[in-house]
Design a protein around this ligand. Structure first.
Ligand code: G3D
Ligand code: MG
Length: 201
């Protein structure tokens, strides 16, 4: 009876399809998070008002390696007074997207502090981080290798997966690559966690 129950449960799960990935999108205010979210969801530029609470959208990918996978993306307000709330959204998340304004040299250090604090918190230990180096359309935009250094991503532990993706949320350039890379990192992390669990048993 046990095995028939297990068979029924697994076929039910197969019918339900792959579970959506839960993604939290963070970054300083005005980095372009909401513009990124709406561009991904509606495939067009939408002018966003500053986010006071959060926005949440479910997006199903229709091409590439992640075809058929749904992402539930939480876009959380980035103003200083709202940042303490970030940790309630990152609980049990599959991946973190951190959006930076690639021309905002003045606030890059502030972005670095927030990113490193979030990535290093015990609850997010090992959660893959996809940095979107946004606003690449603007003159003076820093390239991914500069952003990688300025955000001290190399200071994260060696098994922490991260990637910097250049993008422009206005045109959508770089955003499908960003989701694809995020998907790859999440899958890789899941596989590593499974094999670590097996070894421990
Ligand atoms: P946030 O959600 O991170 O706070 P928003 O940021 O999405 O509200 O965007 C803040 C401003 O940046 C918006 O301009 C938006 O149009 C602009 N923006 C977002 N992405 C890009 C981009 O890739 N290139 C350029 N040039 N601008 C971008 P406004 O003028 O409405 O404040
Ligand atoms: Mg916003």
């Amino acid at each position: 009876m046990g095995s028939s129950f297990t068979r029924q449960t697994s076929s039910l799960l197969e019918n339900l399809g792959p579970q959506p990935l839960h993604i939290v999108m963070l970054g300083l205010d005005a980095a372009g998070k909401t513009t990124v979210l709406f561009r991904i969801k509606f495939d067009q530029y939408c002018n966003a008002v500053p986010t006071v609470g959060f926005n949440c959208e479910k997006v199903k990918l229709t091409s590439g390696k992640a075809k058929g996978t749904s992402f539930v993306i939480w876009d959380v307000g980035g103003q200083e007074k709202l940042r303490p709330l970030w940790k309630s959204y990152t609980r049990n998340t599959d991946g973190i997207v951190f959006v930076v304004d690639s021309v905002d040299a003045e606030r890059m250090e502030e972005a670095r502090i927030e990113l490193i604090r979030t990535a290093r918190s015990s609850e997010n230990s090992g959660v893959p981080v996809l940095v979107i180096a946004n606003k690449q359309d603007l003159p003076g935009a820093k390239d991914p290798s500069e952003i990688e250094k300025l955000l001290s991503l190399h200071e994260l532990s060696p098994n922490h997966l991260w990637h910097v993706q250049p993008a422009c949320a206005i045109t959508g350039d770089g955003l499908s690559e960003a989701l694809e890379k995020l998907y790859e990192m999440v899958q890789k992390k899941k596989k590593t966690s499974k094999s670590t669990l097996k070894r421990r048993r």
